[in-house]
Design a protein around this ligand. Sequence first.
Ligand code: B12
Ligand code: SF4
Length: 567
Amino acid sequence: MNSHGRSAQIEVPVADSLNFQQHPKGSQARILLSSVFGPYAQDDEYGSRSINPMELYHNQVTRAQGSFSLRMFHRSWGIMLIQQNISAPCTVLDFPTRDDFAREISTHQYDVVGISSIIVNVGKVREMCRMTRELSPNSVIVVGGHVAAIPGIEKMIDADHIVRGEGVSWMRRFLGEDENAAIEHPQIVSGFGTRIMGIRLPERRGATAATIIPSVGCPMGCNFCTTSAFFGGKGKFVNFFESGDELFDVMNRMEHELGVHSFFVMDENFLLHRERAMGLLDRMKEAKKSWTMSVFASANAIHKYTTQELVDLGVSWLWMGLESPRSGYAKLQGTDTHQLTRELREHGIRVQGSTIIGLEHHTPENIVSEIEYAVSHDTDFHQFMLYTPVPGTPLYQQMAEERRLLHDVDYADVHGQFKFNFKHAAISREDSKRFLDWAFWRDFEMNGPSLYRIARTLLAGWKRYKEWPDARVRERFASEMKRLSGIYSSALWAMEREFKKVDAQVSEQIRAVREEFRKESGLISRAMPAVLGPIFLWTTRREDRRLARGKTYEPPMILERRNWVEA
Ligand code: B12
Ligand code: SF4
């Protein structure tokens, strides 16, 4: 049975806690759910690190791309999901400063203070527990999220409950509510505060995808994978929505409530569940939905579909692990990843590759060719991460048994973008960072800005599908082209000029794509680069100067109350 009691095959992940006892006030208890405090992109004593900003792309994907880097923030979806699925009065406090957090717990009487965190931010959790004991001594402190996987965490922080695994069912049980009740999906706009080339994009209703969370965990159980391990490991996961019908209903509701047609599907391996995905496609066809979807999927899961099925489903962005050809992960077996990524791009599907630096077989001699191999996929985006034994994973267990963990590494530095936290057989800790940084730079140098690459993929999709018989698919590409071709052409105009300094050949390729856009665009879009191009060039250069001066970006504090009545 899963945590929502719907399926016999899925098991409950470990959701344990110290001294579990239902809260005496039950659903009357007043709850605060907070993310850890910022600012984040700076070095401080609580564990913030300037190289670890609260951003997805700039943290681990486009961080070497300077002013071309895609900058945006994402809300803390775990606590939004919990808030939506309990009937107690509940506040979500996202990205507070320390002062915001202190003010909130001092001015409202919370029976429960819930803190959500990942491992790197354990120092902040410790401080927030200390502050809560001081400023709100009657509150019960509950800590959840990946931080709970740290061995001995109960001695590092002063919390009453430390929750491992899925949090909605735990919180419902804690409040005496029905933990098997259906999940109500919160309204989530996937990203905000987006900046490219020094321009902050306007936030229009419906312009940004909605996040949908069909499940947590992944049954593939790769040895390093923390999300898989946290929700039960190999063979396990928790489904919030079992069928294509349920998913369709949620997406349909989001379409109406948020005015969106595109969805960021937050599921570690969405395509693995073919029956659900195909059920969803049937409903989309029936209702003539021309939706787009960004998904995560492993290569073995992608192979369950023809490219046409993926296009029909509206998959327009796909994040897949490439790891390394010699890594031996089951998910990659029998896959020619070059051919796969090329084919996806030719069908207008943006590919985000993910490669691990510092696998067991890597040496200073072969790492450069392994990175070159990864870069040669020419994916639209490429994430590089250090091989990192993270608490809770089989890899961590193995490294501990082999006594290869480095014990003097601060958890704040165990995020895969700094240096090894273990003794590698052939690569030193210092070199691990050098190789990692080089991988990002090499991808940028060889393949150009990701913004150019996604424009190129859109163009390929448009050319292939602009006269396609299925109107759902045709309209999807037509509307993206209409919305973006003028903007992309203008951005390409500026990129072409700026990239000459980095690589003249890539600059020439950018020019060729811009020319093609011109041919394929309508009158207005064709005229836009003459005006917008120089503006983009100016803002790009201004942004470069700002970044050189150390400019960083922080998400704003967000406070949301639900079922609320003032005490
Ligand atoms: C969105 C996201 C982000 C956003 C941040 C969002 C935010 N506001 O915090 C961005 C892009 C900024 C980000 C950044 C980073 N991230 Co991140 N991120 C994710 C991602 C993709 C989705 C998170 C999510 O919403 N999941 C869905 C929700 C439903 O699941 P959940 O958050 O786990 O919540 C459930 C439970 O954990 C629990 N729970 C959570 N909070 C609480 C609180 C209470 C009180 C209770 C009871 C329960 C509970 O209940 C929830 C419902 O079941 C995950 C991967 C993943 N699939 O989860 C990685 C992930 C969380 N990130 C990770 C990492 C390492 C990072 C970075 C360090 C970047 C990097 N180098 O990889 C930075 C850190 C930035 C910083 N300074 O803190 C790791 C965490 C590893 C670990 N073991 O700690 C993950 C798991 C990715 C991975 N597989 O490596 N991230
Ligand atoms: S396939 Fe991806 S999400 Fe699944 S266990 Fe492996 S790394 Fe994790």
